[in-house]
Ligand binder design. Structure first.
Ligand SMILES: O=C(O)CCC(=O)C(=O)O
Ligand SMILES: [Fe+2]
Length: 250
C-alpha cells in the first residue's frame, strides 16, 4: 500500500459545473454527509463515501490478509461461546486494558500496520478535533457472523464517547434502537402483581443504515448511554465485511 495513493483520500470530488447537484436532492448527491439527531444529546453522522472506492478495495485486501485476526471465546449471559466474528485490537502504548464480555484483547501496535495509520488520518480529517488512540477491528465472514445488541459504554471511554466506524467490503445493515427506559412499573407500580404495560417501539426509536464500502458512521454524545446497536445475521450473504471502530481511551 503506497502512501502516495492514500494522500488523495478525502479530497472533495469535482462536480460537473453544467449540472450542479441540488440541495436536498439525494439522487444528485448520494454521497453527501447525513446527520441524524437522535434527541437528548445523541447524534449519528454518516459519510457514505469517506474513502475513495479504489483505495477502499486495496485496504480491504490488506486488512483481510495482513491483520492477525482471531475468533475469541467470550462470555454472554454467563455462558462461554465463540464470538460470532473475528477481531483484532490496536492501541497506543500505556492505555488501560480494554475488557468486554470477559475478554481482554492484547493490543497490537499502530506501527506494525501503517495503512491503519492512514485510515486514522483520514478519519481525523473528516472529524476535525477528534483524536482517537485505539481501534477495534471486526471481520464478518458471511451472513452468519454478526454483532448482537450492545453499547460501547465501557468506563474507559468516558460518559460521551465519539466512536468512528469505517466499513469495507460487503454492505451490511447497522441497526440502532433506543434502550428501554426504566419500566413505568418500577417507578409507579403499587403492587408486584400489577402487570407492566408492554410498550410498542416507536418508529423514531429505531434506525437502520446500510453501511457502504468506504463509508464512515460516527456515534456521538449520549448514543452509548441511551441507544443499542447491532449488525444482525443475514442468511443469504456469503461475502466478507470488515469494520474498524476508532475510539478514544481516556
Ligand atoms: O461492525 C459494525 O458496524 C459495528 C461493530 C461494533 O459495534 C463494535 O465493534 O462495537
Ligand atoms: Fe459497538
Amino acid at each position: 500500500m503506497s502512501n502516495r495513493r492514500l494522500t488523495t483520500l478525502l479530497q472533495p470530488s469535482a462536480t460537473n459545473p453544467n449540472n450542479p447537484p441540488k440541495d436536498g436532492d439525494e439522487t444528485a448527491t448520494p454521497f453527501k454527509k447525513q446527520t441524524l439527531d437522535l434527541g437528548n444529546g445523541s447524534e449519528i453522522i454518516y459519510f457514505p463515501r469517506c474513502l475513495p472506492v479504489d483505495d477502499s478495495w486495496e485496504l480491504f485486501d490488506y486488512l483481510d490478509t495482513q491483520i492477525p485476526w482471531t475468533r475469541p471465546t467470550v462470555r454472554v449471559f454467563g455462558r462461554s461461546c465463540l464470538q460470532p466474528r473475528e477481531t483484532c485490537y490496536i492501541a497506543s502504548s500505556g492505555l488501560p486494558q480494554l475488557s468486554y464480555s470477559g475478554y481482554k484483547p492484547q493490543p497490537y501496535s499502530w506501527d506494525d500496520y501503517p495503512p491503519l495509520k492512514n485510515i486514522l488520518e483520514a478519519v481525523h480529517k473528516a472529524l476535525p478535533g477528534s483524536k482517537f488512540n485505539s481501534l477495534l477491528l471486526n471481520k464478518y465472514k458471511g451472513g452468519n457472523d454478526n454483532v448482537g445488541w450492545h453499547a460501547d459504554d465501557e468506563k474507559l471511554y468516558g460518559p460521551t464517547p465519539e466512536i468512528a466506524s469505517v466499513s469495507f467490503g460487503c454492505e451490511r445493515e447497522f441497526l440502532l434502537k433506543k434502550r428501554p427506559s426504566k419500566p413505568y412499573s418500577k417507578v409507579h407500580r403499587k403492587s408486584e402483581d400489577e402487570e407492566p404495560a408492554k410498550k410498542r417501539m416507536k418508529k423514531s426509536d429505531q434506525h437502520s443504515f446500510m453501511l457502504k464500502h468506504g463509508s464512515l458512521l460516527v456515534m456521538r454524545g449520549y448514543t452509548q448511554r441511551d441507544w443499542l446497536h447491532s449488525v444482525p445475521k443475514r442468511a443469504k450473504i456469503e461475502a466478507t465485511r470488515i469494520n474498524l471502530t476508532f475510539r478514544l481511551v481516556l
